[in-house]
Design a binder for this molecule. Sequence first.
Ligand code: SF4
Ligand code: SF4
Length: 261
Amino acid sequence: MVFDQIPKMIGFIYALVMIVVIAYLWYSGQWQQKIGWLVLVVSAGLGFLIFAPVVPWQFQQIVLRDEQGLGAPLIVGVIGLTFVFFLTLILGRFFCGYLCPVGAVQEIAYHTPVPKTNPHQKNAFMAVRAIVFVLFLVMAFILSASLLAGFGVRDFFYLSLTAGTFVFTFIVLLSITLYRPFCRLVCPYGALLSLGAWKSILIIQRTDACIECKKCEKACPTDEAKRNDGKAECYLCGRCVDVCPTPGALIYKRRNADGNK
Ligand code: SF4
Ligand code: SF4
């Protein structure tokens, strides 16, 4: 049940504050996965309670020039989303990893203890999302139509009984075994944030303590744990760090000038 009378700005401010808090906890070595769980549950809950901070939807409403659907003047939305992009450029994709309700419900579903499908096809996934991004722009600019409505993003969180809700429910069920199919194959705003994360200043990186056991690479659901991976699709989920047998071999730190080595 979404309470439309509660300002969506509350969800947006929550996201901005938590991006910085989570990044600080990672950087200072105080991050714990149980904190991540708590944040994911709160983020998903905010999605159902106030439909915020569903920034991919807000990005779409900006492209559609729909101030009413955005719930704020267009210029405010543009400034807000640009700010999230710049935070990603500095800190990585913490918004996607923990704050976006759309991402949070998929992340929570993926924790279901069943065998996982990991096709190790990062580039193919990104190529599909790039094609969907073009489709998103064509639909918005030429047809004034909403791609994300077709995927049921809004209807799912409003608990509406529509075809779209069934589509997004299917995506969430798929997320039980395939990591974040919506984020990795569809999300237009995620496509932009991946560009920021690809060049972000801070990333999870190996140190000299690494013993090359490659456990992190096997554990990573997005194929981003190899030494030279750019981290565009790293959601800072922490699975690589959790499986690493060598303390201090993987840390969140400034990207090396010669790349992620
Ligand atoms: S990729 Fe899109 S849907 Fe997924 S977490 Fe990021 S903004 Fe949200
Ligand atoms: S396992 Fe590590 S490299 Fe892979 S997405 Fe999660 S945090 Fe990023």
